[in-house]
Design a protein around this ligand. Structure first.
Ligand code: 5GP
Ligand code: MN
Length: 326
């Protein structure tokens, strides 16, 4: 069992001593991963440090869906990185999710992992890990406060993006009074809340909306699955993607999970390499994080994912078998 330790004073010491810092968000970054990295990056830059932010995907650039995040000038593709004194991973539960930057973190003399996944595997020399945090962005803000950096509108916006997306706009049960207190501080810091929400939640291309409708129309409901609690699932193959990138499929689960007859929702997304990825969501009683872990991935109790293989019917039967045991 991994201990979820939080060595705040150790982290502040390491950061204070470092002149150059690399912040890494997980591959296929979401707003919490990249937002936390950019928020900390902007804070460290204001302390006079040389900051690079990256994602372990060759040639990485910030995707269209995350262009609203401030601090994008700090982003460097992994192949263009220069050596640093300290490496910090953000929102990454297992080292494989660091992609091509896995060795960079593992080999670093000084490294910190900041995360909120119960499936955190314990990599990194020092940890700021709290599975009760609603988002890694909560922990990022705590660190920024400890570093005594002023909460600028830019830093606040990056934190807010992580907080709002990981909590489903403060709807999921991970949301706490503390989450809302932080949100209040971010408003006071001068974020453009409506503008950020528009970009993060209500700004998809017509092709993405058509792909969504298509995927939803193919959904299958199995009311008897998960011991009668119900499963709803759909899939998006490469040729059902309307020419869009892998990231465009991320939001489909947000609609599918609204199905009243199903405790668990799942979407199978075919990657550019032909390999299928599973995304799982549950509403109350089922721990899909444990299910995803059994299938080689991880995540949270109510939101989790894993990478499978190239055979869709097998993906579906493997998930049904894992859920039958859940
Ligand atoms: P999503 O379904 O949105 O891709 O991911 C939901 C949650 O599961 C996120 O917290 C994400 O970090 C985690 N997750 C998704 N895919 C994987 C995976 O392949 N491995 C691990 N360890 N976690 C994953
Ligand atoms: Mn997160």
């Amino acid at each position: 069992m991994i201990e979820f330790d939080q060595d705040w004073s150790g982290a502040v010491d390491l950061i204070t001593q470092a002149q150059s810092v690399l912040l890494i968000a997980h591959v296929s970054p979401d707003a919490d991963a990249l937002g936390s990295a950019l928020a900390i990056g902007l804070a460290l830059e204001s302390l006079g440090k040389k900051v690079q932010v990256s994602v372990g995907e060759p040639g990485f650039t910030v995707p269209e869906s995350l262009q609203v995040l401030p601090g994008k000038q700090l982003v460097v593709a992994p192949e263009d990185l220069t050596p640093v004194d300290l490496v910090i991973s953000c929102d990454t539960s297992s080292h494989e999710r660091l992609g091509v930057l896995e060795d960079t973190l593992v080999a670093a003399e000084h490294s910190i992992a900041i995360d909120h996944h119960p499936s955190f595997t314990g990599f990194g020399k020092l940890h700021l890990v709290d599975p009760d945090a609603a988002a890694t962005a909560e922990l990022a803000l705590e660190l920024i406060d400890l570093l005594k950096v002023d909460l600028t509108p830019e830093i606040a916006s990056a934190i807010y993006a992580g907080l709002a997306t990981d909590t489903g706009s403060f709807r999921y049960n991970s949301t706490t009074a503390y989450t809302l207190q932080i949100a209040s501080r971010l408003f006071e810091a001068g974020i453009d809340h409506a503008g950020l929400s528009l970009e993060l939640f209500d700004n998809e291309s017509f092709a993405a909306i058509q792909m969504l409708g298509d995927a939803i129309s193919r959904a299958v409901l199995s009311p008897e699955a998960v011991s009668g609690k119900g499963l709803v699932y759909t899939s998006i193959a490469l040729d059902q993607r309307y020419g869009l990138t892998e990231l465009a499929m991320e939001r489909v689960i947000d609609v599918l999970r609204r199905t009243a007859e199903a405790e668990v929702s799942a979407i199978f997304k075919q990657g550019d390499d032909g390999i299928w990825k599973g995304s799982l969501r549950s509403k109350t009683s089922v721990d899909v994080g444990a299910v995803a872990s059994e299938l080689g991935g991880g995540g949270h109790g109510h939101a989790a994912g894993y990478t499978g293989h190239a055979d869709l019917p097998l993906m579906i039967s493997e998930l049904q078998a894992a859920l039958a045991k859940a």
